[in-house]
Ligand binder design. Structure first.
Ligand code: A2P
Length: 256
């Protein structure tokens, strides 16, 4: 288990019967870039049971935070959802991942498009002051089936704008656009449809995607990623990675 560190759970929050977040202690030597993921798991009968989880906390926070679904028969999440404060979790020592701003070409608007727990890495990104230095505008677009699944909504709209250090930049630059597909809500429709029909741009007051100005990070289900990727490719956007920065980057929201 030399590549894993045991850490202690410090808080657990259940958003719905299918979604929860938890925080745990952080090894002082654990460093990560906003948007990266690491392995998270439990010791089950003497063996580590691990899955990839995006880190939701800011890279300067003392603790680590994760946002997860609860899969009733999922080997790990069926156990993780019963975590309590004081329990031990295993955290991988080597964070990695493509959803980092260094993998993007310089641009003016950063779009963070996500569904479900795909919001997790973006909770880290929007709490990183250096991201605000790079962009004029940062837009979080979170798509869920139901309003109750819009986790972190109050935190983003109420708490973050009052944040001691980030508040001013957040108030100036961050746009939060939640959208729901299976019940009436302020904004309705799949993210991909809202891009195609232009409603996302009308509602946010921003121009339609252009490769000169816009940079996109995608995180969510495989189906959403496939369709969003096709839509960006059709508009001339090129995917970036560690060696060649591009107009957009993609990561699957892992645990399903
Ligand atoms: P929908 O309700 O129309 O399926 P899920 O919980 O299945 O991962 O879905 C989360 C959100 O992502 C839902 O609002 C869902 O819409 C939406 N979604 C599912 N598939 C796609 C897709 N291919 N492109 C865009 N959004 C999608």
């Amino acid at each position: 288990m030399s590549n894993l560190n045991p850490q202690t759970v410090t808080a657990v929050h259940h958003w719905t019967d299918t979604l929860f977040s938890f925080t745990c202690t952080r090894d002082p030597s654990f460093r990560f870039d906003s948007g990266q993921f690491t392995m998270v798991g439990l010791d089950v009968a003497g063996k580590p049971l691990m899955r990839a989880y995006s880190i939701a906390s800011a890279n300067y926070d003392e603790e680590l935070e994760f946002f997860s679904i609860k899969v009733p028969d999922g080997p790990l999440t069926s156990r993780l959802q019963h975590l309590n404060c004081g329990d031990s979790v295993l955290i991988g020592k080597k964070p990695t991942g493509t959803l980092i701003v260094d993998n993007l070409l310089p641009g003016r608007v950063l779009w963070l498009l996500c569904t479900g727990t795909g919001l997790a890495p973006f909770m880290s990104v929007i709490r990183d002051l250096s991201v605000y230095d790079r962009y004029d505008q940062i837009v979080v677009v979170h798509g869920c089936r139901y309003t109750r699944e819009l986790a972190y909504r109050d935190y983003i709209t109420q708490t973050l704008p009052q944040h001691e250090y980030l508040g001013e930049e957040i108030r100036r630059k961050l746009i939060y656009y939640p959208t729901v597909t299976r019940e009436p809500f302020l904004n309705m429709g799949r993210i991909t449809d809202l891009i195609e029909n232009g409603k996302l741009f009308t509602d946010t007051g921003l121009p339609v995607f252009s490769t000169e100005r816009d940079r996109v990070m995608l995180c969510g289900s495989s189906a959403m990623l496939r369709d969003a990727r096709a839509l960006l490719d059709a508009r001339g956007f090129e995917e970036g990675n560690q060696s060649v920065p591009g107009h957009y980057v993609v990561e699957k929201a892992f645990v399903s």
